[in-house]
Design a protein around this ligand. Structure first.
Ligand code: SF4
Length: 329
């Protein structure tokens, strides 16, 4: 790994590994989640409204029918390359004939909506295979819950990891069991730590998702989550601020005045504190949650985009004379 700078960006990691930028294509495989379908609960996590934070889940809801994985990938690639290269001729061709579109960039197929290892193994295998066989796709990024990793899924991903670049994105949100219970995650911290170990043994890259500002958590609790993650075999992290989406249980708590949300400026300081205790070789995939439509978001309404936010974090780390991992023991 070369010098990561103030913090280790995922884009730097891709540049080092592949020599160029790699784009992630959000996909909807038509799956659900055991915390929604009644296997664990029907209520879901208290903050969850999947179409609110996943464009692919939003498309499923809006279009009421799902298009195939290959078609989702080719359309995304065509749109992305039209934007990058202003290549409208190629784009128009892709719209009329998916099968012949040839991307010029590298892509990861990102199975984003709901729990993407939760389903019949032959169905999952067909979805992953279809993605990997689409031109331009160099690997998979699979978002799921830590308690949805069967031996057969892990074995399948282990085989893919020999030839492709595979990320497993595991939702944790907090390393504190009392918080996980309060937000109705339906699993504990140990389940996450075990899943990381299994994934690591299979040669997968693991990215942990956490949410800052969950009810009842102190600054120190959130720092402790970053410290605990540093002690596990993870290679990536996605930070999110708690957002109140309409129609969720969290909305009720918010309207009853039972929630203290983070403020934008304080969040920058918190992230810098967390980066300082985070291992220097863990890639940062994201600092900020963004909703698919402002209509879904009750609070907080922050001003800055992800890019500006990332700049502010660099400025703050620079001001401190600090960097990712400076206080990691
Ligand atoms: S595990 Fe994910 S999809 Fe399932 S309820 Fe929680 S946030 Fe929603």
């Amino acid at each position: 790994m070369s010098t990561p700078g103030w913090y280790y960006r995922l884009s730097s990691f891709f540049k080092e590994k592949f020599g160029e930028k790699v784009y992630k294509i959000p996909l909807d495989a038509g799956l659900t989640c055991p915390n929604r379908d009644g296997t664990i609960s029907t209520a879901g996590c208290i903050y969850c409204y999947n179409p609110g934070f996943s464009r692919s889940a939003l498309s499923r809801e809006q279009e009421k029918q799902q298009i195939g994985i290959r078609a989702q990938i080719l359309l995304y690639q065509a749109e992305a390359e039209k934007r990058i290269r202003k290549d409208s001729a190629n784009y128009n061709k892709a719209l009329s004939d998916h099968s012949n579109f040839m991307p010029r960039r590298k892509y990861l197929a990102y199975f984003q909506s709901y729990s993407n290892t939760y389903g019949d193994i032959s169905y999952l295998q067909a979805m992953y295979k279809e993605a990997l066989e689409t031109p331009g796709v160099i690997g998979l990024s699979i978002a799921t819950r830590p308690d949805c990793l069967s031996a057969s899924v892990l074995e399948l991903l282990e085989i893919y990891a020999r030839d492709y670049h595979i990320w497993l994105e595991l939702g944790l949100q907090s390393s504190h069991d009392r918080t996980l219970q309060f937000i109705n995650r339906g699993h504990g911290y140990n389940s996450f730590a075990e899943a990381v170990q299994y994934g690591h043994e299979k040669g997968l890259n693991i990215c942990a998702h956490i949410i800052n500002g969950l009810p009842g958590e102190s600054w120190e609790d959130m720092l402790e989550t970053a410290r605990r993650l540093s002690s596990l075999h993870i290679q990536g992290i996605k930070f999110h601020q708690l957002q109140v989406l309409r129609g969720t249980h969290l909305e009720k708590l918010y309207l009853q005045g039972e929630l203290d949300l983070l403020e934008e400026k304080g969040y920058i300081h918190l992230l810098c504190d967390q980066l300082e205790v985070l291992r220097h070789d863990i890639t940062v995939h994201r600092f900020l949650a963004e909703v698919t439509s402002q209509d879904f978001l009750l609070a907080p309404h922050w001003e800055n985009s992800r890019a500006i936010f990332a700049q502010q974090i660099e400025v703050e780390l620079k001001r401190r004379g600090s960097w990712q991992g400076k206080k990691c023991l």
